[in-house]
Design a protein around this ligand. Structure first.
Ligand SMILES: *Cc1c(COP(=O)(O)O)cnc(C)c1O
Length: 359
């Protein structure tokens, strides 16, 4: 936590405003709009809920085809399934680890998807120039899944607020957190109005609760939004610290047979997680992970690509093998901003020892 969160929560208690809505929700939406340059925003219960509302606002329904990055967390994909729509998984390129524009173009030609859910993975901005041009050319609605990329930029514009619709997550592991929460942002008011209606049980304008379509209980609470307002005050600092942690690892581990996640020209990632890939002739990532665990250091495999998940074995896909290779060679290092300089030195030493033992 940054320090100011409790003050905002205290205020909600003093005004006895514990219900959803209230000053903190509006204040947090304003803070995210001011930071990212998004014109409209809606605080909701999770990033997954925000993506679900984005699909509903675009009218996505049964049988619609939705292109989506295969290299991602399941939360990018579940809302497609909630809508009985059909995900089409598109592989990554090596330059960005994000969706490969060449494969996306083939996907658009072949499948004519209604929308693309574009993930900015691990806080790394995707190749927006190429991707926006393809979406324009084929009439594909673009949704940015910036759940991991709040604070990252492409040509100075904030990821999530570049396309007409974008999504952020404030889950406990993200760059800032409300313990759980998300936000839908948009350049137009219409999708946000529709999403607000759906997020509050799709209640028509009548005192007696009239319903014409099905909605959800997806709104953010005024208490968690209070945490968000405090977190928004430290967002820039968090990004700077994550980038420092990344640079520390790059310097400290520079002599090992590892590579770091690239950063596209004209972009600046938030370096949400520092991720490495390990050369094949060195040690397997799983051996490094277990060696670190022995020293009470938690590291994690990269996301297992969606096209390799048993759940999606029959789904359409455009695959080059890049994300599978990254998954097999990669590891996420401890990246939390609460770590001290000593913690980082301790981790780097343990990693070097593990490589020494594996040689
Ligand atoms: C975390 C995450 C989500 C979902 O956000 P929640 O707030 O956990 O529902 C969606 N997409 C990506 C890429 C994520 O990392």
């Amino acid at each position: 936590m940054g320090g100011a969160e409790l003050g905002f929560i205290q205020e909600a208690f003093e005004k006895n405003y514990i219900a959803p809505l209230g000053e903190n929700v509006t204040g947090f939406e304003e803070a995210i709009k001011a930071f990212t340059g998004a014109k409209y925003a809606l605080g909701v219960s999770s990033g997954t809920a925000a993506l679900h509302l984005a699909l509903r606002a675009l009218g996505v329904g049964a049988g619609d085809k939705i292109a989506v990055s295969s290299f991602t967390f399941i939360g990018s994909v579940s809302p497609i399934i909630y809508q009985n729509a059909e995900p089409i998984f598109v592989d990554s390129d090596e330059k960005s680890w994000n969706i490969d524009p060449n494969l996306l173009e083939i996907c658009c030609k072949k499948h004519k998807p209604k929308a693309l859910i574009l993930v900015h993975l691990y806080g790394q901005a995707a190749d927006m120039d190429a991707i926006c041009a393809i979406c324009d050319r084929y009439g594909v609605a673009l949704i940015e899944d910036a759940a991991e990329a709040l604070g990252a930029t492409h040509r100075g514009r904030f990821c999530g607020a570049i396309a007409p619709i974008g999504v952020y997550s404030f889950n406990g592991n993200k760059i800032i957190t409300t313990s759980g929460g998300g936000m839908l942002v948009a350049s137009d008011e219409a999708p946000i109005k529709k999403a607000l209606f759906l997020a509050t049980q799709a209640r028509e304008k009548a005192a007696h609760y009239e319903h014409r379509e099905i909605g959800y209980n997806y709104r953010m609470s005024n208490i968690t939004a209070g945490i968000g307002r405090g977190q928004a005050l430290v967002l820039s600092k968090r990004v700077e610290r994550r980038r420092e942690i990344f640079e520390f690892y790059r310097r400290a581990l520079g002599d090992l047979p590892v590579s770091f996640m690239p950063e596209l020209p004209l972009t600046r990632g938030n370096r949400w997680l520092t991720t490495i890939t390990i050369e094949e002739k060195a040690i397997p990532p799983e051996r490094l992970r277990l060696a670190l665990e022995e020293e009470n250091i938690e590291s994690r495999p990269l996301w297992k690509p969606m096209h390799l998940q048993p759940l999606f074995q029959n789904a359409e896909r455009l695959i080059s093998g890049v994300s599978q290779k990254l998954f097999e060679k990669g590891l996420c290092l401890p990246s939390g901003t609460a770590m001290s300089a000593d913690d980082l030195e301790f981790i780097a030493a343990a990693i070097k020892r593990a490589f020494g033992a594996g040689a």
